[in-house]
Design a protein around this ligand. Sequence first.
Ligand SMILES: [Zn+2]
Length: 284
Amino acid sequence: MIALLFLFLYGAHGAIYMEAADKLLLEANPIEFHHIDYDVLKTLVENEYTDMRRQCTLPNANIEVIYDESLVGTSVLAWASQYMNLDGRIWKPSVFARPEGIHFRIGVNPSPPNGWHVGDCRYIRYQYDLRTVIRHEILHGVGLGSSIRYDNGWNTGVSTGGFCFPRLYDTFIVDENNKKILDGCGMTDISNKKLYIGGVELYHPPNYVAGSSLSHHNYPGHLFYYKSMPDTCMYISKYEADMLGHLGVVCSVSPAPRSILSPIASIFSVLCILFLLLLFDCPM
Ligand SMILES: [Zn+2]
């Protein structure tokens, strides 16, 4: 029984937030919108994960999704929480550890200001894009998220039955000198240090913020920053791909050629890549 308790663990929240000024902007510019039915939300999550598996070498995942009524009126757009398995003295995301059962949960704010945008990103106005937020939470769900916290000192890891083991994600974090900050569940003082996973700088403001600090990268305007942006659709960029690479997941960031293209189609493809870089939706 004790062994079973050690095997599975549920926890590790990550979230995505609205900027206060963005929230005010949307509230000052009300638009007509339709509530997204739960069934549609569930299908969108499944479709986004399927699309992400086309881009990245992710395993199959069983995802539970809910509308979280407690988020109404808050600045939280959505959150994700993952199951983990203890493997080799490290807590690993269950999506990589076992095929069965729920691997992670996603909770979505049912009513952000002006509702959710779903559809062609060229027409998004005064709304947050639901699929962007789902993509962000999927990244948390498959394992990008820290258990490092500050409580009169820096702590990490998950204690169970008197033993403490770190989470896989945290074992990748290094300082400016490329030194790992963890040794088991022990860690160095990371106050005011720049921290990285590979070459990707992590969000680590001077004052620790639970749910945001260390669980995101530090590149505003990209998918895995801790705040989303209204009127913007975001996708896996090189930053997210680099972070996933540490979990053993390989992503192709540029669109792969689907067929032999005509010269005109090739020009559109180049434009398409440029559009992607500018974070617009690509029609191809
Ligand atoms: Zn997040």
